[in-house]
Design a binder for this molecule. Structure first.
Ligand SMILES: [Zn+2]
Length: 240
């Protein structure tokens, strides 16, 4: 029944001569960090960049399947400056910049443990996603709209935000624009304010959390996040 209805919708769209608006939209996907500077370290000792790269590939595949052109910034993970990331997005004609990360916590929350005989550290105190936008981005309102749609889709998929970046302690204290959706304002994030197009940074999961790390490496989790990103991006592209 759904397939039949979908077929009718598509047929009507084509029959009315409507171009697929998403096809004209270009999204830059920015897997955070690089091979030489891996970002956070997970509870079991895996560098954040590996999580970011795997999730970005899933997001790119999902967007491509929906007719959105996805350009992955620095896919091989070589050394790259933050402003080079947004410059490459501009050169690719990106309409939207999405930086994909996985989250950590402040050092005082970390507890040492051993994994395969190696010293690691974890914190099970916080779990969930975070969405960041910059008030210095020239497309701040559009960035917020994408962030809201993304958070709503993540919530609908059963995921929950982590509010630990709002805690009034050194290194955190980020203003929450929307606590229910886990949307923070972080004006000085370079990839967000240097992007000459709307820009959003997603912290998909807290990988120092042992349970959340285990979930974050599953195809099911990546599918959930990729689906949510695709919903938010296609909504942006329809309006763009
Ligand atoms: Zn990161």
């Amino acid at each position: 029944m759904i397939r039949w209805m979908w077929g009718v919708v598509v047929a009507v769209g084509i029959g009315a001569g409507l171009a697929a608006p998403a096809a004209a939209c270009v999204v830059a996907l920015d897997p955070g960090h690089s091979r030489d500077r891996l970002g956070a370290t997970s509870a079991r000792g895996v560098g954040e960049w590996f999580f970011n790269r795997a999730l970005t590939e899933q997001v790119a595949a999902s967007l491509t399947a929906q007719g959105v052109k996805a350009v992955v910034i620095n896919p091989a993970g070589g050394p790259i400056g933050l402003k080079d990331r947004t410059r490459q997005a501009t050169e690719a004609g990106a309409d939207l910049f999405l930086s994909i990360h996985h989250d950590s916590v402040q050092p005082q929350y970390l507890t040492p443990w051993q994994v395969d005989g190696k010293a690691r550290s974890y914190s099970d105190r916080f779990a969930g996603f975070g969405v960041f936008v910059s008030g210095r981005n020239t497309g701040f309102a559009a960035s917020q709209a994408v962030g809201q749609d993304l958070a709503d889709a993540l919530l609908a998929a059963g995921l929950r935000p982590s509010l630990h970046h709002a805690e009034p302690i050194p290194g955190e204290n980020r203003p929450l624009l929307d606590a229910r959706r886990g949307i923070y304002r972080y004006d000085d994030l370079v990839v967000l304010h240097s992007a000459p197009m709307p820009a959003v940074l997603l912290e998909a999961a807290v990988i120092v959390n042992r349970e959340e790390e285990s979930r974050a490496i599953t195809p099911a989790f990546r599918d959930q996040v990729a689906g949510a990103v695709t919903q938010a991006v296609t909504a942006f592209c329809r309006k763009h």
